[in-house]
Design a binder for this molecule. Structure first.
Ligand code: ATP
Ligand code: MG
Length: 307
């Protein structure tokens, strides 16, 4: 049976601590959060009125897959994932509701920047480069074309704007002032290592991860930097199908292209709360599931059955 589309999760057994564009966060205890990923989807910074079937499960299982792969390949990497099992305090109905989309994670102090790494030049980076030859204020080689790879992936942080506002691109030096000099270099080195490892892994599986946004937290007891939030998903990254990649033009986005094309065609770009037709939602779901299967080698159903 297909599971229902879930666009908000209301649990009564635990206190809700936050609700973002895609996630609802509950507190399990003073050290643990229940990190729940809904089927909400946003395009052009606007959340659609309906959700994408299975999206919350795909994002959760994909992040879990990456946490395993990256922990094996990046020496010393710490992540916030504790378990995919729901807290024992949930009622049976609540456990059913969160199945596949739940992670218990370590509650940490979040560094208040978006830790962006770019392997290819596109989006706001391409716009800045065309004007000034720089990206986040950092000088770049001449002759890059739209969607060219950078000679080496670069760390291009941004501010973390509150819901509804836009993040602002900043230089690594500005980011260091926000997170503190004590942590800045370690965050940068870790982000580049995680991106390079993940991008190479995805490239072997037919997906170019053009750029991505990580979040890091601080374990205040050990002073360790911890990889938190979702990791290397199509929501936090630009995924491009490698077999369609061509330098010098815009690339199709792996997951949201159907939705974006439909919003543009209907003249609904930037309109709040629009409902997508069922075929657009289904086609989008199929792309998310395809990305999961390419990366993990398993279907979503297989991953869920193994929980
Ligand atoms: P978007 O991802 O679309 O920019 P968002 O980040 O505001 O939106 P969600 O992804 O829906 O929101 O919610 C996740 C929230 O949980 C983020 O605010 C993130 O900083 C926070 N978070 C992630 N991991 C942890 C953690 N281990 N401890 C504390 N907060 C966390
Ligand atoms: Mg987020």
């Amino acid at each position: 049976m297909a599971s229902p589309v879930v666009t908000s999760i209301e649990l009564t057994s635990l206190p809700k601590v936050a609700s973002g564009k895609v996630r609802d966060l509950y507190e399990v205890d003073d050290k643990t959060l229940l990190f729940l990923t809904t089927d909400r989807i946003s395009a052009y910074d606007v959340i659609m009125g309906n959700g994408v079937p299975s999206k919350g499960a795909v994002l959760t299982q994909m992040s879990a897959h990456w946490f395993r792969v990256l922990s094996e390949r990046v020496p010393g990497l710490k992540t916030h994932l504790l378990t995919l099992a729901p807290p024992t305090s949930l009622s049976p109905a609540e456990k059913d509701l969160v199945r596949g989309r739940s992670m218990q994670v370590r509650k940490l102090k979040v560094f208040p920047i978006e830790v962006i790494v770019r392997g290819y030049i596109t989006g706001s980076a391409w716009n800045e480069y065309k004007k000034s030859g720089t990206v986040h204020g950092l000088p770049q080689p001449t002759g890059l074309q739209q969607c060219s790879p950078f000679p080496k992936a670069i760390y291009t942080p941004s501010t973390k704007a509150p819901l509804g506002q836009h993040d602002e691109n900043i230089t690594p030096a500005q980011a260091a002032k926000i997170v503190g000099e004590r942590y800045a270099d370690r965050i940068e080195a870790l982000a580049l290592q995680v991106y390079n490892t993940g991008a190479a892994y995805a490239r072997e599986r037919g997906i170019i991860i053009a750029d991505t946004k990580f979040e890091f937290g601080l374990d205040q007891e050990t002073d360790q930097i911890v990889l938190i939030d979702e990791v290397l998903t199509p929501d936090s990254s630009r995924f491009w199908p490698a077999d369609e990649y061509e330098v010098g033009r815009d690339q199709n986005s792996f997951d949201k292209q159907f939705l974006r094309n439909w919003l543009i065609q209907e003249g609904l770009k930037y309109k709040e709360g629009v409902a997508m037709p069922a075929d657009i939602a289904e086609a989008t779901a199929a792309r998310y599931k395809d990305a999961f299967q390419r990366l993990s080698g398993k279907t979503l159903e297989e991953a869920l059955a193994a929980l």
